[in-house]
Design a protein around this ligand. Structure first.
Ligand code: ADP
Length: 492
């Protein structure tokens, strides 16, 4: 096998920082690639929120000036060996840009930091320069989401003729098309590119604004999203393509879908260090104990024989919370209990608080971010609800399968690719799937799940089919390696 030099660039990565599923991917995929014998460096911003104990052993290797908006900024590189052979972290620091209380959103305003353009231009431009300075020319630059979009773009523009990058090719992964990195036209000069590249319908222009993701879709050698279904959906309509469907269609030949894997060392009920009782396919007894302990901890009345529905999510429109808002009274008319763990839009915080007051014996809303409780809910809930409007891949439905918590999902993106609807005729299926983004359809699917839950033997069968599923990274990593070879086959 040919060993590849892979630069994996991400705005967040476990074990350092996480706001969403991308951090899980950036934590695991590079490890699996390195274990397969490749030489991998993960580049990420050295945010001040990263716990210092996670960066023990990092050494400042280099510092140099980079001009952004005519102001020199010092870029520092902290190199950190990962403990895994073949995997190193490049942590790119700058106090002005990365010493902040949060990653992308200013807690003071609740809005994006106003200089998010400068911050990630600095990161991407700096990273390209850094690679030259440390004399490491990757075969593949694998850039993720809008924050890293400028890497494939710079490779194809500012560094197009640079012999240092002559053999380097780019792969661009879209984890969520709804966040594109759009900025006012006045931001374009910050990029340091030929101003002629900004023109109507050009690689950067999007309704008079600068759109960084559009540029990466245009310039990357190969593009992918995190499920096959989402790759098709985003080319099909404005609703899914978020205005970029035309550009995506124009890259149809180079656009693929690879479903994310799961870190089963973290997310398996037989190994989970956060849950009080471990359990497995062959011994499910612990699951019920986890449920009782969870319900006690939540302060809900313990009613073992009615299903506990779990939700873990960002509280954003994407995740189907408006369906829940409409269907809430019908849902709580059922003999169920529910726990929601999530943070996000204020309107959904308010909604959940209101519902909690209205249904104190049935609903507990934990409006916080808490990884430990997330594990508990996967283990303690009976049914997982994920009615997303769109879902590039989704991880929680995959965790739910492993934890014997059959999910109710909408047939979109990764949810459609990974969950099969239970068919009472054949007894086959891992969850309950509904098609239209409609509160009635969601309610029907929840009712189907609740009714099945009462059929103990059948329910166990559904749980076990899910627990047997295997979405480990191995298969997905192999697909990424194929994708890298596809990119490498592209002419300069
Ligand atoms: P997205 O990336 O769109 O937010 P995913 O399902 O792909 O959705 O990944 C979400 C990840 O974030 C999962 O690992 C999930 O457990 C975690 N998560 C989301 N909200 C919370 C929360 N409030 N507390 C703990 N973990 C959360």
């Amino acid at each position: 096998m040919e060993m590849l030099k892979i630069l994996f660039a991400s705005p967040e990565a476990l074990p350092f920082v996480k706001t969403g599923g991308l951090a899980d991917v950036a934590g695991m995929l590079p490890r699996v690639l390195a274990a397969a014998g490749h030489s991998v460096k993960v580049a990420l911003p050295h945010y001040s929120t990263i716990a210092p104990e996670l960066t023990i052993g990092a050494k400042t290797d280099i510092a140099f000036d980079l001009e952004i908006d005519d102001k020199p900024q010092i870029l520092t590189l902290n190199r950190l060996q990962s403990g895994y052979k073949g995997l190193e972290y490049l942590m790119i620091g700058n106090d002005h840009f990365f010493d902040r209380p949060a990653l992308y959103i200013d807690p003071k305003t609740g809005l994006d930091y106003t200089d998010n353009d400068s911050r990630f231009i600095f990161f991407c431009r700096g990273l390209m320069e850094l690679l030259i300075k440390i004399d490491w020319a990757p075969d593949i630059i694998h850039a993720n989401d809008w924050q890293m979009a400028l890497l494939p773009t710079y490779l194809a523009t500012a560094y197009d003729d640079d012999p240092f990058f002559a053999k380097t090719r780019s792969v661009y992964t879209i984890h969520n098309l709804a966040y594109q990195g759009t900025f006012p036209a006045e931001s374009f000069p910050l990029l340091g590119l030929d101003e002629n590249l900004f023109y109507p319908m050009g690689p950067f222009e999007f309704y008079d604004k600068v759109n960084l993701m559009k540029s990466a879709i245009t310039y990357a050698n190969v593009i992918n999203t995190v499920s096959e279904r989402y790759a098709v959906e985003i080319q099909s309509s404005d609703e899914y393509g978020c205005g970029l469907e035309g550009v995506l269609r124009s890259r149809n030949e180079d656009l693929f879908g690879i479903v994310n894997g799961v870190d089963y060392d973290e997310w398996s009920p037989s190994k989970d260090k956060f849950i009080p009782y471990k359990y497995s396919l062959s011994n499910l007894a612990g699951k019920k104990k986890n449920k009782i302990e969870l319900i006690n901890r939540l302060g809900l009345p313990v009613r073992e024989n009615i299903p506990l529905i779990g939700i873990i999510t960002r509280l954003a429109d994407q995740k189907g919370l408006d369906l829940i808002a409409v269907a809430a009274d019908d849902i709580f008319a059922l003999d169920i209990q529910m726990v929601v763990l999530g943070t996000g839009d204020k309107k959904y915080h308010d909604l959940l608080r209101k519902l909690e007051t209205k249904y104190p014996d049935k609903l507990k809303a934990l409006l916080t971010y808490d990884n430990e409780i997330a594990h508990w809910i996967e283990a303690g809930a009976d049914i997982f609800l994920m009615p997303s409007r769109y879902e590039p891949c989704g991880l929680n439905q995959l965790y739910s399968l492993k934890y014997g918590t059959p999910p109710v999902v909408r047939a979109t993106g990764g949810l459609a690719d990974t969950i099969t609807d239970f068919d009472p005729e054949t007894g086959r299926g891992t969850g309950f799937v509904f098609e239209a983004y409609d509160p009635e359809e969601m309610l029907e699917a929840i009712k189907r799940a609740v009714n099945r839950f009462a059929e103990k033997r059948q329910w166990r069968d559904i749980m076990k089919q899910g627990m047997r599923s295997d979405f480990s990274w191995k298969a997905s990593a192999a697909k990424y390696i194929d994708l890298y070879h596809r990119a490498l086959a592209k002419a300069d």
